[in-house]
Design a protein around this ligand. Structure first.
Ligand SMILES: C[S@@+](CC[C@H](N)C(=O)[O-])C[C@H]1O[C@@H](n2cnc3c(N)ncnc32)[C@H](O)[C@@H]1O
Length: 288
């Protein structure tokens, strides 16, 4: 078996979109109890002790610096999860945030979080990243996609829409899991397929694929790096936190889906440690 990582292995966009929405509806509350409000890696760069939440905020802060967020920038948080990034950027950078997700549950949790923190310039709603139907052309300073693109059925369609809604001079920030190869064969193809099916990833292209995609979609690529070595510790910590939870607690929080998810976390831990998955960071600008 040979699998190319630049094209979907799941063929029904509508079905996979619904599956992703259901998945986050079921898992988000349980996730929040175990890991807190962020659904992304943390940044670990030295031996100093840092809590997982501080490491996640550090990752956001590093990305915010590269994008050079200014006070009152209008930011679209695509695949906003439970609003972790949106609330952080609204609080620390006075950004005006719109968060979109496929999951009604996440909209509710993110809205609750913003209200609890007394944040006003922030809204959350259901919207598909591949159409951004309710959003106007040239309306955002920044499009922020933190670990959501891996679940998009068509990365090119998303880039196209991000370009449309960005103001001239606006920036797209993308932090996403990437494959280490253009194609996998035999045992590695099976591992790749298992990983994609476990995390609802229609396909997971390489860092080089994304670099080219920015250029073909008329973006100017300002920054692109592999941050795998800074983030992969997150999976070890994630697994150890999960181990502290009992079988029954996991089922109570997310049903069988919750229990299955716990097993899948170990799959990804292994993939990062074997360098089969990379963590790509990109910032690109829409020309003026
Ligand atoms: C791993 S979570 C990341 C959440 C958030 N960015 C964070 O870092 O906490 C992936 C998110 O992408 C969203 N997502 C996946 N496919 C999407 C799509 N086509 N349109 C909008 N959101 C999508 C999911 O609903 C989920 O909120």
């Amino acid at each position: 078996m040979l699998i190319k990582t630049d094209r979907p292995i799941m063929l029904h966009r509508k079905k996979i979109t619904q599956k992703i929405a259901n998945f986050w509806d079921q898992i988000s509350e349980g996730w929040q109890m175990i890991w807190g409000p962020h659904i992304h890696h943390g940044y670990y760069d030295d031996s100093q002790f840092i809590t997982p939440i501080k490491a996640q905020e550090k990752l956001i802060e590093k990305l915010a610096n590269i994008v050079a967020i200014k006070s009152h920038d209008k930011i679209l948080d695509v695949g906003c999860g439970m609003g972790g990034s949106s609330c952080y950027l609204a609080k620390k950078h006075q950004a005006i945030m719109t968060g979109i997700t496929l999951s009604q549950k996440q909209v509710a949790l993110a809205t609750q979080q913003a209200q609890a923190e007394g944040l006003h310039n922030i809204t959350f709603k259901i919207e598909d990243a591949l159409s951004l139907k309710s959003l106007e052309d040239n309306s955002f300073d920044i499009v922020w996609s933190l670990e959501s693109c891996e679940q998009f059925f068509d990365k090119g369609l998303f880039f196209n829409q991000a370009y449309r809604v960005l103001k001239p001079g606006g920036k797209l920030m993308l932090a996403t899991w990437c494959s280490s190869c253009d194609e996998y064969e035999g045992k590695f193809a099976q591992e790749y397929q298992k990983l994609c099916l476990a995390f609802d990833l229609p396909y997971m292209p390489t860092i080089e694929y994304y670099r080219k995609l920015f250029t073909t979609q008329n973006f100017l690529l300002d920054f692109s790096e592999d941050w795998s070595k800074f983030v992969k510790k997150s999976w070890d910590i994630g697994v150890s936190l999960l181990n502290a939870y009992s079988f029954l607690q996991l089922i109570k929080m997310g049903g069988w889906r919750g229990f299955r998810f716990a097993k899948q976390v170990k799959l990804m831990q292994m993939a990062f440690h074997q360098n089969r998955v990379k963590y790509g960071i990109f910032v690109a600008c829409k020309p003026r």
